[in-house]
Ligand binder design. Sequence first.
Ligand SMILES: [Zn+2]
Length: 253
Amino acid sequence: MSSKQQVESAAIVLDCRDHGESDLIVTFFCQNHGRLTGIAKGAKRSKKRFVNKLEIFSSLRILHTIPPNNRLAFIAEADLLDGYLALRKNIVCYTTASVIRELILLATKEVEGDEELYPLLVYAYDSLNTNHPPLQILILFLIRFYAIIGYSPQLESCLQCGQEIQTHKSYHFQTGSGGIHCSNCATKGTTPSIALSRGTLKSLAVALNQPLERLHRLQLSTASQQEALSFLHSYGRQLFQREIVSWAFLEKA
Ligand SMILES: [Zn+2]
């Protein structure tokens, strides 16, 4: 296929910035090509073609080229599929969507994706836009996101003794080793850990294994949500070796 050939993709806008007087540089994520960055020529002038479409979080149908060797794609046209207006109006939903966006940008490279990541992203933004509890959506997104990028935390059994989640009421997530210790083994170590109850671990296992369309049935208690978020945040920081900047806004929201 020629690099000039245009293809049509459903995509979520992850980033958009000015380029010169009249162009926009847009990073988007789509099913077939993963993450792509392209230039929308004249987008700041051509009100008809692009106005109010090329905004972060927006779901679009884009007509674009697939560039060779990390060069910019050319974005010819964009149609708005969903502007996610409700998501934008709620501060917690907006901040949750920002955390998801930041993590996808951290975890992916250009023209690199996974066929499971785009549907998960759309699931998360659709759910945030339709009044589902935002923190629970973030938990469901994150536990599957880490699995998709190949870094699923080890939550099925104790890292030390290998015993499966069953007997103990509480377990201890060891951020450094990416897994849990049962309460027998945890006392032997001195490294800081995050408490996770057996109930939370069981819910997370369900969240990981259910088909996306059935995830909404899962209800996590407030205590489980707090435990899960605390460990998912700490694990993400460890994985990417940096702070997840938008998470701070989540704590203030
Ligand atoms: Zn153990």
